[in-house]
Design a binder for this molecule. Structure first.
Ligand code: FES
Length: 132
């Protein structure tokens, strides 16, 4: 196992382990939960996806939202719009948000998850490349 070199690294490992435990515990009724997937390809990580994931986990926890599962996923194909997250509310179609800042992440929690509202920044499903 690699050596942990800072408190920050340790906290990241803790958060990531916690979200995996939560997912296992909640895994049986996953369709009843709000699922947030954070694209964590190299481009996503370089654009701050890890920080956004940590922020979402922290913010959902702060607000006592125990129906939210945050996980990481690989390439979603939206390099140009990283950090990118996919939000699925129970019984609804998944929505992808691009260029997610902490402000957008907070709005996703406040508006989309708590009130079911869509906010600016959705990447249309039909979008294939930046030129289309
Ligand atoms: S490599 Fe960037 S989204 Fe796939």
């Amino acid at each position: 196992m690699a050596k942990i070199k800072s408190l920050d690294e340790l906290l990241k490992i803790k958060e990531s382990a916690q979200s995996k435990v939560d997912l296992r515990v909640k895994g049986e009724n996953i369709d009843d939960l709000v699922q947030i997937k954070v694209a964590m390809a190299t481009c996503g990580i370089a654009s701050g996806a890890r920080e956004i994931m940590n922020f979402l986990i922290e913010e959902a926890g702060k607000q006592g939202l125990d129906n939210v599962v945050v996980t990481q996923t690989g390439c979603m194909g939206y390099c140009y719009a990283e950090p990118t997250i996919e939000v699925t509310l129970p019984g609804k179609e998944a929505v992808v948000y691009g260029n997610v800042t902490q402000e957008v992440a907070k709005d996703v929690i406040e508006k989309t998850i708590k009130n079911g509202e869509l906010i600016d920044g959705i990447i249309p499903k039909t979008h294939k490349t930046i030129d289309e």
